[in-house]
Each structure stands twice: as C-alpha cells, then as structure tokens.
Design a protein around this ligand. Structure first.
Ligand SMILES: Cc1cc2nc3c(=O)[nH]c(=O)nc-3n(C[C@H](O)[C@H](O)[C@H](O)COP(=O)(O)OP(=O)(O)OC[C@H]3O[C@@H](n4cnc5c(N)ncnc54)[C@H](O)[C@@H]3O)c2cc1C
Length: 392
C-alpha cells in the first residue's frame, strides 16, 4: 500500500506531494489535466513573499508597485507604493515547476488521471481512478484532497461544508491600455457587483482582465457586456482577446479539513482569501501544515481523525486569522451601496489615508492595511460598525 495519494497537481497538491516525497514517503500525485497547469484558472498575481515561501523563483512577467481603483459615480484613486507589492507570473509555469519538484523528489506523477471516489479499507483508503484507457484502483494510507473548489475528495469523505463560491471569468488581451506597473481594480454594483474586476498589464501592450462575482441569470451575456461595454472597456479600446480564463473561487475554510486517512489542502480546504480571492500563498501554507501533521501520523501508523486534528489548529494559527478577518471585511464590503463606496473612495484619497494604504497594502494580509487605515481615519468605521470594530 502506498503512503500518500495526492489528488490535484495545483500548487497545494504538488507542494504536499513534494514535501512527502522529499522525506522518502511513497507518493502518487495525480491530476485529471493532460497538461499540468492547463487550463489556466488564475490571474497570476502573487506577492514576492510567495516565492520566498516557496523556496525558489520563477520568471516574472511584470512587477506591480501601484493600483488604480475605479469606483461608482466616477470615483477614482491612483495608489503608488515605494516598493514592489505584487508580481505577475505565468501561472501554468508555476504549477508545472512545483509538480516537477515533487516528481524529481520521487513522486509518481500521473496526468490525465481522474479521481472518481474512494472507500475506507483496513489501514487506509482505496481510490477509484480512471484515465482515457482504463479504470483502476490505488490503495494508500493517506489521501490528500487538493482537488480545488469543488473537491470530490471532500464530498466523498463527508467533509465538504457550505461556502460562498464566486465565478471568475477573464482573458489575456493584446492592445491593453493599462498603466505599466499598476493593477486596475473595479468596484461597484455596475462595474463589478459583489466582488471586483481587474486589469493587469503583463507586458508592453498586453494585459489580463477579469471579474469575479456571483452569477446573474444570464452569465454569458453578463461577461460579454462586462468586457465590451463595462468597466474594463476603458482600458480595452480595440484590444483583442487572446485566450479566455475561467474558474471558481471558494470562500470559507472547511472545518474540519480532515477525517480518518484524509486531509484537504488549498482551495479544497477553503484557503482562498475573501479579500482578494488569491489562494496560492495560503494554499502553500496549508500544504506544509498538512505534511507536518500527517507525516507524524504516518510514522506512528495512526491516521485517525483525532490524530490529524492538529492540522486544523495549525492552519488556523498560520493563516486562519487572516482568512477570518478577511471574511469580516468581505461582509462589510457586501453591506455597502454605491453611494457609500464612492464616499469611502473619497475618504481613502485623503493624503494621510492614501499614504497609509500605499505603505501597508499587502495582498496576503489585507487585514493589516485595514487596521492601519481605520486607525488613521476612524470615521470609516461608521460604514459597518459591527464588522469593522474588531479591527481597532
Ligand atoms: C480567474 C481566477 C483568478 C485567480 N487569480 C489569482 C491570483 O492572481 N493569485 C492567487 O494567488 N490566486 C488566484 N486565484 C485563486 C487560485 O487560482 C487558487 O486559490 C489556487 O489555484 C488554489 O490552488 P490549489 O492547488 O488548491 O487548487 P487548484 O489550483 O484548483 O488545483 C486543483 C487541481 O485538481 C485537479 N482536479 C480537480 N478534480 C480532480 C479529480 N477529480 N481528479 C483529478 N484531478 C482533479 C484540477 O485539474 C487542478 O489541477 C484565482 C482564481 C481564479 C478562478
């Protein structure tokens, strides 16, 4: 029987597989995709911290040190930080590089293999898997569900909780008219309801645009109108779509994220940040925590839920606080109407507040900037007193 079967070769699954294989455990890492990293379901924006945490770097397409915020009623702000805040990367390249690390360390990488379900057997699990030629089973002591927002592993293991799921849709475009090192963000009920839209320059004349939201009744028309007539059209005069990107963003940490012989990492465990939707960095953190707890459990030959339960407290200590604060900020954001959003944007433009955002803004830890901004301008608390008071 194998030590570890990892389902999903995204950043979280491959990092988990890499961790285990480095330490000599027998690992199979499988993904239904024929080519790891494809299709791309990401805007490819990470903090420099993500590469530090990962332990190695990949090519950077563009460094970001500012943001333009487009809001309702023609409200607008242009932030300029004094350092690089985010990196634009080739996301499929990142996924492939981590999967390669796992495979170089000894994990068997099976692409084009779909996990169908599993059953509990003595000493582990038996998973049913299919590729284009056949259906077969794999037995393992530990099953890692790193299979993304709609995790089938979580469902099969009976640990998929209720959560908010946003639909995201985007495109790589040629002819983009953004500002070189600035991300464009769109908020407001007409510009990008219930979350935000983005535009990211990826090189001279090129960019990535997108929006995440909860879908209206006619999603296809919604997205078409959004790109052609909506907010980003300002940046897209004559731009051509090169390829489309779509995917789901789940909010809400699964609790528990483990059961007998099963552990979830990344989006499967609800690691995406409710403020930005980003989940690469937090997914890596969950992968490392899963390894730390489950390797001890493997060594003691006891992969019971009780023995894996330390995982929940570890993710809670390392990233859960930020995810919880992020969910308060999201609730506060959802409670605002367009007039309030426009008023907030005008307050954020006050020199002291703006400088605070430029200094403390951090994609991974948005709550730190929120805390500093509310301290600088406490009158902002009036917009959502119950939700924002915990920040001061
Ligand atoms: C449009 C969009 C833009 C985003 N932009 C950013 C961003 O700029 N920065 C950022 O940090 N995050 C971003 N995110 C979020 C980020 O993509 C996710 O949080 C991240 O991919 C989570 O990594 P993961 O390894 O947990 O899951 P995933 O990357 O989703 O990997 C899951 C893998 O499991 C495989 N799989 C699923 N089911 C099965 C099955 N039954 N059998 C076998 N394999 C299976 C899939 O093929 C996939 O490869 C974005 C998300 C979307 C949708």
């Amino acid at each position: 029987m194998l030590d570890v079967l990892v389902v999903g070769a995204g950043p979280s699954g491959s990092r988990t597989a890499w961790n285990f294989s480095k330490e000599g455990y027998s690992v199979v890492l499988l993904d239904r995709a024929e080519v790891i990293g494809e299709p791309c379901q990401c805007a490819g924006l990470v903090t420099p911290r993500t590469f530090e945490y990962l332990g190695y770097e990949r090519p950077i397409l563009q460094e970001m040190d500012g943001a333009r915020l487009w809001g309702p009623k023609d409200s607008f702000l242009d932030f300029q930080a004094s350092e690089t805040k985010a990196l634009v990367i080739d996301r499929p390249d990142l996924d492939r590089s981590i999967a390669e690390k796992a495979s170089d360390a000894g994990a068997e990488l099976l692409h084009g293999h779909t996990y169908l379900g599993h059953e509990k057997i003595d000493g582990g699990i038996k998973a049913s898997v299919k590729n284009k030629n056949k259906k077969f089973s794999i037995e393992a002591k530990l099953l890692v569900g790193a299979d993304g927002p709609l995790s089938r592993v979580a469902k099969n293991a009976g640990i998929s909780g209720k959560r908010e799921i946003l639909t995201a849709f985007g495109a790589d475009v040629k002819g983009y008219k953004g500002r070189d090192t600035h991300v464009d963000l769109f908020v407001g009920s007409e510009l990008a309801p219930r979350f935000f839209g983005w535009g990211i320059p990826t090189g001279p004349d090129e960019g990535r645009i997108g929006i995440a939201t909860t879908l209206p009744h006619k999603p296809r028309h919604f997205f078409r109108d959004y790109f052609l007539k909506g907010a980003p059209s300002k940046l897209l005069g004559g731009a051509k779509i090169i390829n489309l990107i779509s995917g789901l963003i789940p909010f809400g940490t699964a609790n528990p994220s483990y059961t007998d012989n099963v552990i979830l990492t990344g989006d499967a465990a609800g690691m995406a940040k409710p403020t930005s939707g980003g989940g690469i960095y937090s997914g890596l953190i969950s992968a490392d925590a899963a390894f730390e707890v489950a390797s001890k459990a493997l060594d003691s030959n006891n992969l019971s839920a009780t023995n894996l339960s330390e995982y929940q407290s570890l993710i809670s200590t390392r990233i859960g606080g930020e995810l919880t604060k992020g969910s308060y900020l999201r609730k506060a954001f959802l409670s605002l109407n367009d007039d309030q959003l426009a008023e907030i944007i005008s307050i954020l433009g006050e020199p002291k507040v703006k400088e605070t955002i430029e200094r403390t803004g951090d994609l991974d830890y948005a709550s730190l900037a929120a805390f500093s901004v509310l301290k600088t301008q406490p009158k902002l608390i009036k917009f959502a007193p119950h939700l924002l008071k915990p920040f001061i």
